[in-house]
Design a binder for this molecule. Structure first.
Ligand code: NAP
Length: 259
């Protein structure tokens, strides 16, 4: 299927690896020129070069912390009129809410709620004027089914989801959709790092912990960042203009609800 976005311009945040990289690669395969971002320059440049080689699109790498005002300004300077934005950043750490101080909450809210809102604020009027825009926020399955030790993530991402629910219904009349993609367990460094901590505690190897966890998913496996990217590319496509304000769970069926 031709997604109808060849030649469009996208910003994909936090995209040197994992889910952000999956989204960047899938958009590039649709002929979308990219500004990609992450903090670690060497890794980001390597990803940018790989995407260029595989797809032939224009890729600009902006190595900044996207959760800062200065970082976001640099990203937007590299792509002042984006057609597509994929909002993403690292997730907050797990823990016990009794240990979290105001500063921990502010960091989580900055990264996982206010940063996407700032990008929406900076881009949505231009997108509406031009009659086309796609914004996808990478959040988490924890928005739908909270995970007790991820209270910072549950809270900050639900705040973003609530905000988007309102604004996405105002922008759609002007061709601009805003949706959430909610990852369950995807095979990325982030997931491997959480398995590392469990392995250290239990004495098992990281691969054993990963295999056990994968078995528990109804699909019998983890998600692949590539398939996450393909879902993102569809939401960003010209074909998805009637989908807005939705939160799409990609979890292999782990959430046990009927709806
Ligand atoms: P990952 O494989 O660890 O990749 C994270 C990417 O984000 C890297 O490119 C990293 O590069 C970049 N990044 C992190 N903080 C950044 C910042 N402040 N500014 C710019 N770039 C930043 O993680 P992932 O699994 O793809 O996760 C992506 C998001 O989805 C996270 O918020 C995570 O909590 C959420 N999520 C993931 C899963 C899963 O199963 N994988 C499940 C639910 C939710 P640098 O470190 O170089 O900046």
């Amino acid at each position: 299927m031709d997604m109808g976005i060849k030649g469009r311009k996208a910003i994909v945040c936090a995209a040197s690896k994992g889910l952000g990289r999956g989204c960047a690669m899938a958009l590039a395969h649709e002929g979308v020129d990219l500004v990609i971002n992450a903090r670690t320059k060497a890794e980001l440049e390597a990803t940018a070069e790989e995407i260029r080689k595989k797809t032939g699109v224009k890729v600009t790498a902006v190595a900044v912390d996207v959760t800062t005002d200065a970082g976001r300004k640099q990203v937007l300077a590299a792509c002042p009129e984006p057609d597509i934005i994929v909002n993403n950043a690292g997730g907050p750490p797990p823990g016990d809410f009794r240990d979290w101080q105001r500063d921990d909450w502010i960091k989580a809210i900055d990264a996982n709620m206010l940063t996407p809102i700032e990008f929406i604020k900076a881009s949505v009027d231009g997108m509406m004027k031009r009659g086309f825009g796609r914004i996808v926020n990478i959040t988490s399955s924890s928005v739908k089914a909270p995970i007790d030790i991820l209270g910072l993530s549950n809270g900050a991402r639900s705040g973003l989801t609530g905000f988007v629910a309102g604004v996405a219904r105002v922008t759609v009349r002007h061709g601009v959709t805003i949706n959430g993609l909610l990852p369950g367990p995807f095979d990325t460094d982030r997931l491997r790092n959480t398995a590392k901590a469990e392995a250290e505690k239990s004495g098992a190897t990281v691969d054993q912990v990963m295999a056990e966890r994968a078995k528990l998913n109804p699909a019998g496996r983890f998600g692949d960042p590539e398939e996450f990217g393909q879902a993102c590319a569809f939401l960003c496509s010209a074909k998805a203009g009637f989908i807005t304000g939705q939160n799409i769970l990609l979890d292999g069926g782990a959430f046990p609800g009927t709806l």
